[in-house]
Design a protein around this ligand. Structure first.
Ligand SMILES: Nc1ncnc2c1ncn2[C@@H]1O[C@H](COP(=O)(O)OP(=O)(O)OP(=O)(O)O)[C@@H](O)[C@H]1O
Length: 461
């Protein structure tokens, strides 16, 4: 790494080793890191994961090719993946036509081989400055409001006012934040808002859902691996921690991190370095970690479940999201927001709700929290006719106490062979048995978390 470099990262993709070496030597004064690559796939992967300031791309990627078809096709794919990517094309053989074609397709500039060092440096510096000003503009927008399509964090109950204030204060700092709350309370939305308020906002936030990754793969998913370190390790793979370098890493369902990997994560966070599986070389990383869990604070503070030294690393700031039933005053604003959202999405007028329907929504216990409320409103928008919606249209079911009493006398599942109803009943039972802990219920049902969410949605749970 060079001190005093103006920019962070330049990627050079070319099949000619001599060109790669020359570019690396020339550009390392301008960039803190110059990554050279000789395969199109690697260029796509690194561009997606590292968001370079500039990518220098050889127009004639295939050895001996001169018609630039491969380089131009790769340019299209790179720009489809990230329209803001700054690509400088390297053209050969007085390839003016290729240069013009590349600029038409969205390349920022070009240099022709053999290049003059001054010309190359000037072109690349101008291109990198362009990237920086684009990022600053994006960042200014990002801090002000969530990007289109992303839900704002709704609710001004005292509990949510506290959450908003913690986000505003902790967001711009580098502090690691732990977000606690039952499933569906909005932990991921809080993580996104924290990232948006941070100086890393223009870099990506990468998410690892530790409840969705098979436990034997978590090590390699987080830390990466080197080729041959285990049977399926057919090539080197960078882990999510390294991929989040410069940005934010969101570790969802951190309570699912196996105990034996907890010291490894702690060491990585303390030393700011990762060691891929099978490697003896550690790599420096600069990340901010936001973690989330649906474990109760009591479980989390039990060393049999979670190492306390790792907990102290992760919870510099703790944000607790209370379940929706403890902040019912947020229900009307959430209902109105989702009514508008789905009416717009399905191209129909937002249905009216009777006073009784609104009271039923506010009185419901919402064991699945805001996610379940969102699904209930979506379903109501889809099924609504002309008349205002009544409590029956919302299919909320009786209050929890009545439901439990009724279930006690229900016949066993096998008395009803209707597959849809049996599925709904089993999903409901598994959810209830595990206190709406999605990972645990999915485990018991033999489903992934995503598959369980799909079924909950299908059955309006
Ligand atoms: N305060 C809120 N305002 C608007 N939408 C919300 C709010 N809280 C949650 N949601 C919506 O509810 C759904 C679940 O939110 P999110 O994924 O952030 O919850 P979570 O706590 O991370 O859930 P899980 O633990 O199950 O992963 C999302 O569709 C989200 O948009």
């Amino acid at each position: 790494m060079e001190r005093g470099a103006e920019f962070d990262l330049c990627v050079v993709a070319d099949d000619d080793e001599d060109i790669l070496t020359a570019a690396r030597l020339l550009l390392r004064g301008l960039f803190r890191e110059v990554v050279t690559l000789s395969s199109p796939d690697a260029a796509l992967a690194v561009a997606a994961e590292r968001a370079p300031d500039v990518l220098l791309l050889d127009a004639n990627f295939a050895r001996g090719a001169t018609d630039a078809a491969e380089g131009l096709a790769l340019l299209d794919r790179l720009l489809a993946q990230d329209p803001d990517l700054i690509v400088v094309m390297i053209t050969a053989h007085a390839g003016v036509n290729v240069a013009v074609e590349a600029m038409k397709r969205g390349a920022t500039d070009f240099v022709s081989k053999p290049w003059s060092n001054e010309r190359l440096l000037a072109t690349v510096r101008t291109a990198a400055s362009l990237r920086r000003s684009r990022r600053e503009a994006t960042r200014a927008q990002a801090v002000a409001a969530p990007p289109p399509g992303e839900t704002p964090l709704i609710g001004d109950s005292p509990a949510m006012a506290r959450v908003h204030s913690l986000i505003a204060r902790a967001g711009p700092t580098e502090a690691n934040v732990l977000v606690l709350g039952e499933n569906g309370t909005g932990k991921e939305l809080v993580a996104r808002a924290l990232h948006r308020h941070s100086r890393r906002a223009e870099r990506p936030m990468l998410t690892v859902d530790l409840g969705a990754v098979a436990s034997e793969l978590i090590d390699s998913e987080l830390f990466g691996h080197v080729k041959g370190s285990f049977t399926d390790a057919k090539a080197d793979r960078i882990g999510r921690i390294q991929a989040a370098d410069g940005g934010t890493l969101f570790l969802d369902e951190i309570g699912n991190l196996p105990l034996h990997l907890q010291p490894k994560l702690l060491t990585a966070l303390e030393q700011r370095r990762v060691t891929p599986v099978g490697s003896n070389r550690s790599i420096p990383v600069d990340i901010r970690v936001i973690a989330a869990t649906n474990m109760t604070p009591e479980m989390l503070r039990d060393p049999r479940h979670f190492r306390q030294d790792l907990l102290f690393r992760l919870n510099t700031v703790e944000i607790e999201l209370p379940p929706l039933r403890e902040r019912r005053e947020d229900v009307p604003a959430l209902v109105d927001h989702f009514l508008q959202l789905y009416a717009h999405r399905y191209g129909r007028p937002a249905p009216m709700l009777t006073v009784e329907a609104r009271s039923a929504l506010a009185a419901h216990d919402w064991p699945g929290n805001v996610r379940a409320l969102r699904h209930a409103v979506e379903r109501a928008v889809i099924l609504a006719g002309e008349a205002p919606l009544t409590p029956a249209d919302l299919a909320l079911g009786p209050p929890a106490a009545v439901r439990i009493a009724a279930e006690a006398v229900q016949p066993p599942v096998v008395a009803d062979y209707n597959l849809e109803r049996v599925e709904r009943r089993l999903v409901e039972e598994a959810l209830r048995k595990h206190g709406y802990n999605i990972s645990a219920a999915a485990g018991e049902l033999g489903l992934s978390r995503a598959a369980l969410y799909r079924r909950m949605e299908k059955h309006g749970l």
